[in-house]
Write a protein that binds this ligand. Structure first.
Ligand SMILES: O=C(O)CCC(=O)C(=O)O
Ligand SMILES: [Fe+2]
Length: 295
């Protein structure tokens, strides 16, 4: 049983809207790191920060090759960490890539990556989750609108909004191939979703989100207030976004794959407790229980 107060009630009988109770940027403005002060302010305001080139072309080539190796490996495909598309049976996501792969392990530890996470979260950080979202062409499914924090709070027991994700493009993210969309400013309001969490929710939700889904009415109001921004960029570009930003992405019906690696950093001062609104914890490959800081 958790002894912490639940600041963000969710999965009850009705949808509820609660103002954010936590800072967005936890570090002080003079915390040293790769993010400039004006960009940190922008991140605080918008809930995201886009970087034109986080890693270079040679590094992209190495990461792409690694992604192709992972996807082609029959042992990895058979592993529970791989999620396949319900229709085509192609690989949709592979979790814990920083543990499966020395290349992605090195990417996580890279100062350009972890240094930014530390600056935003104002402490040492550990990896709560990592994944590649492969999104091959010709019909790969999208990700319906959600706040990651809603799930991480309800199902993984993260108490506070002190978590940040980075999505690094390993193929060009076009305006047509299922790029990430965020509602700027949405991170300032927590939307508690209606409906109890089924026991094995994660198995279904990784292919198609159900519990933890905002209503059409809430999404209409939020999109009216905030608008929707689509993130495009060449391979090597990246988007940092707050754990409570409302986001999603469409299907990819183009022939051009949209493959990104996502790394989720959580503050070592915000480690997971018991789930706030789910009968059981999700497996550790989705929600880490090893809080060793990235060094
Ligand atoms: O890959 C995408 O477009 C979005 C993925 C996402 O939101 C997630 O993995 O939580
Ligand atoms: Fe997400």
């Amino acid at each position: 049983m958790t002894t912490l107060t639940d600041l963000y009630p969710t999965r009850g009988t009705t949808e509820v809207s609660v103002p954010r109770q936590d800072p967005v940027v936890w570090g002080s403005p003079d915390t040293p790191g790769p993010i400039r002060a004006t960009d940190l302010q922008r991140y605080e305001r918008d809930g995201f920060l886009a970087i034109d080139q986080l890693i270079g072309d040679d590094e992209v080539t190495v990461c792409r090759r690694e992604l192709e190796r992972i996807v082609a490996d029959p042992a990895i495909r058979a592993d529970e960490r791989s999620i396949v598309e319900p229709q085509s049976k192609e690989i949709r996501s592979v979790f814990e890539v920083h543990k499966l792969s020395p290349v992605f392990a090195a990417l996580v530890r890279d100062e350009r990556v972890v240094g930014r996470a530390r600056q935003i979260l104002g402490s040492d950080v550990y990896v709560h989750q990592s994944r590649i979202n492969v999104k091959p062409g010709f019909g790969a499914g999208g990700f319906y609108w959600h706040s990651d924090f809603e799930t991480w709070h309800a199902e993984d027991g993260l108490p506070n909004m002190r978590t940040v994700s980075v999505s690094i493009a390993l193929t060009e993210n076009l305006d047509t191939n299922g790029g990430l969309m965020i509602m700027p400013g949405s991170h300032r309001t927590f939307l508690g979703c209606a409906g109890a969490t089924p026991k094995d929710n994660y198995k279904k939700s990784l292919q198609m989100q159900d519990a933890g889904t905002p209503s059409d009415e809430a999404l209409t109001a939020m999109a009216g207030d905030y608008g929707i921004k689509l993130f495009t960029g060449k391979a090597g570009s990246a988007t940092w976004f707050d754990c409570n930003a409302m986001h999603g992405s469409g299907d990819n019906i183009t022939p051009f794959p949209r493959s990104n690696v996502f790394i989720v950093f959580n503050s070592v001062e915000n480690t997971a407790v018991e789930p706030f609104a789910a009968p059981i914890r999700r497996p550790e490959f989705i929600g880490a229980r090893d809080f060793t800081p990235v060094m």
